[in-house]
Design a binder for this molecule. Structure first.
Ligand SMILES: [Zn+2]
Length: 89
């Protein structure tokens, strides 16, 4: 059984950036079985493995952020490239 990973378009997601320490908007660029995940605020890059469960990983992280929005409503403002928010933690 071969799994074919469909080419998908780059997309935006939210993440706490280890480069700048802000909660920022990241952009994922899938490239074959890897993807480059880039902070649109500071440019920090991470390579991630692109596997068939990666979509579920992003869905879970989106769920996590939606829960966090109840405590930090400002997280809902992370939508566009370059957006960044500092939370005290
Ligand atoms: Zn950053």
């Amino acid at each position: 059984m071969t799994r074919i990973i469909k080419e998908i378009e780059p997309f935006l997601h939210r993440q706490k950036c280890p480069g700048c320490g802000y909660y920022t908007v990241y952009e994922v660029f899938p490239q074959g079985d890897k993807a480059i995940d880039t902070c649109t605020h500071c440019g920090h890059q991470m390579q991630i493995l692109w596997h068939h469960e990666i979509k579920a990983v992003f869905r879970n992280s989106e769920k996590f952020f939606r829960n966090m929005e109840e405590i930090y409503p400002e997280l809902a403002q992370l939508k566009n490239r370059g957006d960044h928010i500092k939370l005290d933690d």
